[in-house]
Ligand binder design. Structure first.
Ligand code: DQQ
Length: 540
């Protein structure tokens, strides 16, 4: 296969070339959004000794302007890399600071402080590393493992007026959120206990800890607390390669986080994830201008290393998502930031259309390789739903991979076939299947990449999750953002998100098609379908 720039997205954040991974230090400052990112400026693969903080700015989170690198290896404490970290806007003066992980001359991990050279420059072009660096380092006294001490969070202010941060770590195979306190970001004292920890979860990367409103979609600044607030602890589990979150209470007297449901009492597969596809090392920030909490996450490639090198780049960021607590209090909801909708053009609308069992409906008139699609379904013959066999493994991802073999028809799968080639040799299927279990119905959402490309070298793993909607009383909706080699899908209005990377060889550019499909044995109704071609954003 010839690798030109076919797979380069048109409205997803990425540098102009080479490797990118984690989002770092996102913030809004003086009317501009800042995005920093883990970047290897020399190659399309990760670097063991030369990671930098790339830096771009934006007015709208959609179009991005590149600046010089914010942090590059220069000192003994970060000579082998400037790794992930976070920004904090320090009130009352509103000055930003960065804390990041340095990889030192002996490849040990430590935490460092950087401040803007000139706070009146809204671009924050130049960053100065503190002469006091490293401000946190493993030692004989703190017994922190030099290979497992990274990714400081945004700081929050406690009632005692001390700043707190969490740094990801592990003790044996117990994942831990190390807690540190400081009055000035320079001198840090470790708390006697961890903010939280969980046995057998392995290294906790890129922790994120923030307050969230019990009632409503507004976001909260990171130091806010009170009776109307719950807290979220997000962990990127290195061993599982996924971002998991816990909802709970931040006990400010004990300075610990107490999750409603933790890792300990659950199978990992029962802990909620931000995204059930590719999405890692994510980080939120509070956007005071729109009073929302915004989530960034890294979407890795599913292609092989050699192909990444040939195409000259690897890694994109997901479309930023607004995130809030669902009114049930049990899960988070995510939705692409509204600004992305200004790229929508040439709308196609359709409503009240029966999608007969075993049929396809082509959605023509949109650029199917670069589109935003929303579709809602109504199902009536619930009696025909297949019973969820208790002997099946209840792992939704396994269930999705089994669909078509074990699962013989019923209510679904129905949904969207995206990035489909003309004669259907290639397509990616994003679908729902409704099962009956006892007296309830369960909605399984799948993103099936198995037919996404004739190039079988790619990772074609199928993704799956249960979506907590009641299909009898609620609308069943799906939104997919399609951008050449990425399909970001949102089920149940953002209750389950699933991101896939795909590399079609035929279904590219104008040769890509979009369909609604129903592979079940029962007709379903499309209550509405809205699809748009997406304009290209100006990105770096
Ligand atoms: N990536 C960074 C680390 C972090 C990991 C290095 C997560 O700081 O733990 O690029 O993807």
């Amino acid at each position: 296969f010839i690798l030109n720039q076919t797979y380069r997205p048109s409205f997803h954040f990425q540098p102009s070339k080479n490797w990118m991974n984690d989002p770092n230090g996102p913030m809004r400052y003086k009317g501009l959004y800042h995005m920093f990112y883990q970047h290897n400026p020399k190659d399309a693969v990760f670097s063991d000794n030369g990671m930098v903080w790339g830096h771009s700015i934006s007015r709208d989170l959609v179009n991005w302007f590149p600046l010089q690198h914010a942090l590059t290896p220069s000192e003994p404490y970060d000579t082998n890399g400037c790794w992930s970290g976070s920004a904090t806007i320090v009130h009352p003066k509103g000055k930003p600071v960065i804390l990041y992980t340095g990889i030192d001359y002996m490849h040990r991990q430590n935490q460092n402080l950087a401040i803007p050279k000139n706070v009146s420059d809204p671009f924050l072009r130049e960053w100065v590393k503190s002469p006091k660096n490293p401000v946190l380092a493993p030692s004989i006294t703190n017994k922190i493992n030099v290979d497992s001490f990274r990714d400081p969070t945004t700081a929050w202010l406690g009632h005692d007026n001390l700043w707190r941060i969490v740094v990801g770590s592990k003790e044996g195979d117990k994942g831990v959120a190390l807690l540190f306190l400081s009055k000035d970001f320079v001198q840090w004292v470790q708390a006697k206990h961890h903010l939280h920890s969980a046995e057998t979860t392995g290294m906790w990367e890129c922790p994120d800890f923030f307050p969230i409103l019990i009632n409503g979609t507004f976001g909260l600044d990171t130091s806010i607390n009170g009776p109307y607030v719950r807290h979220v602890l997000k962990i990127s589990l290195y061993d599982a390669s996924h971002d998991y979150y816990l909802i709970g209470t931040y006990d400010t007297t004990k300075d610990i986080f107490v999750p409603d449901k933790g890792f300990e009492h659950n199978e990992l597969s029962l802990v909620p994830r931000y995204d059930y596809g590719k999405f890692y090392a994510s980080k939120t920030f509070y956007d005071g201008a729109k009073k929302r909490r915004v989530l960034w996450g890294w979407i890795n490639e599913s292609s092989v290393r050699e192909d990444d090198i040939k195409k000259g780049w690897a890694g994109i960021q997901a479309i930023p998502r607004t995130l809030w607590l669902h009114k049930s209090g049990k899960q988070l909801v995510q939705w692409p930031i509204v600004e992305i909708e200004k790229l929508r053009t040439n709308p196609i609308n359709l409503h009240s259309k029966i999608l007969k069992r075993g049929t396809l409906l082509e959605v023509s008139g949109v650029t199917a390789a670069q589109a935003d699609v929303e579709i809602s379904f109504e199902v009536n013959e619930f009696g025909k739903a297949q019973v969820l066999d208790p002997s099946w493994k209840m792992d939704p991802q396994l269930l999705c991979s089994g669909i078509g073999t074990k699962v013989k028809g019923g209510l679904g799968p129905f949904g969207l076939l995206v990035l489909a080639s003309k004669s259907m040799q290639e397509y990616t299927a994003v679908s729902f299947t409704i099962f009956r279990s006892n007296k309830n119905y369960m909605v399984l959402m799948c993103s099936d990449q198995i037919r996404s490309s004739l190039n079988l070298k790619n990772d074609l793993t199928t993704y799956g999750a249960f979506v907590d909607v009641d299909p009898v009383h609620e609308e069943l909706s799906l939104r997919s953002l399609i951008d050449h080699s990425v399909v970001e899908s949102f089920g149940g209005q953002g209750k389950a998100c699933m991101t896939a990377r795909v590399y079609p060889t035929l279904a590219i550019n104008d040769e890509a098609y979009l369909h609604a499909f129903n592979n079940g044995t029962v007709d379903v109704k499309i209550t509405r379908l809205n699809a748009w071609s997406m304009k290209k954003a100006k990105i770096n």
